[in-house]
Write a protein that binds this ligand. Structure first.
Ligand code: HEC
Ligand code: HEC
Length: 172
């Protein structure tokens, strides 16, 4: 009979399967945090929290794009291996590096100058100042303000902005 001949191989297989399952149950029990951290997909975050969720990161990136009136390619480059894909972890663009400084600056303004006036913020961060408050849908708010000359007498619309300066100095 066919079924009888297969039975001896069947029991060891179940045994191995149970050992494997027990191993994973043990791992899940004792290493939840490590496993979770190791699984975060981000490769190159230097200012945002390492464990930021995909939803929060996507929300932030859409927010930066809308605030500056640009798309993802303003700060990110396509992948060298497959140009139809983006290489979001790549730091080739100076705009991405400037944006890191802008994120830090914005966080510090909120932390140092607004949070003290919100005694018990929930969650424990305040976001009074954000990108759009200065940028208003343009990448360079300083150049965009047409009345700059009236408000700020020494303002020279031709003066180099930060990006041009850094590019000139050949730092990036
Ligand atoms: C104004 C610049 C800017 C724009 C526009 C922008 N990003 Fe980013 N993005 C950044 C910066 C800066 C970082 C790195 C943050 C850090 O170092 O903590 C980043 C990081 C990321 C990462 C994480 C990469 C990794 O693994 O390290 C992803 C994914 C990403 N961006 C997706 C997007 C998408 C999708 C868009 C368009 C909807 C977008 N970004 C638009 C500046 C930008
Ligand atoms: C307090 C006002 C202010 C806030 C807040 C602010 N920015 Fe800026 N940002 C500026 C000004 C002004 C410039 C242009 C001046 C310069 O770079 O010389 C600029 C320039 C930039 C540039 C370079 C643009 C270019 O092509 O020259 C990027 C990228 C940028 N900001 C991203 C951001 C992001 C992302 C945020 C939010 C996390 C943000 N900024 C928040 C004022 C601000």
């Amino acid at each position: 009979m066919k079924t009888n001949r297969k039975l001896p191989a069947f029991f060891p297989t179940i045994g191995i399967l149970m050992m494997v399952l027990a191993f994973y149950a043990f791992k899940a029990d004792h290493g939840t945090n490590e496993v979770y951290l190791a699984q975060t997909p981000w490769e190159n975050l230097k200012v945002l929290p390492q464990d930021i969720s995909k939803d929060s990161l996507t929300h932030l990136m859409n927010n930066y794009s809308a605030s500056l009136g640009v798309n993802c390619k303003y700060c990110h480059v396509p992948s060298k291996l497959d140009p139809t894909e983006m290489d979001f972890a790549n730091d080739a663009k100076i705009e991405k590096e400037i944006a890191r400084g802008m994120i830090t600056m914005t966080n510090e303004i909120n932390e140092n100058y607004f949070k003290p006036y919100f005694p018990d913020p929930k969650p424990h961060q305040v976001h009074v100042v954000n990108c759009v408050m200065c940028h208003r849908g343009t990448s360079n708010p300083e150049k965009y303000l047409s009345q700059m000359g009236d408000m700020y007498k020494t303002y020279d619309p031709e003066r180099d902005n930060r990006k041009e300066k850094i590019l000139e100095q050949g730092q990036k």
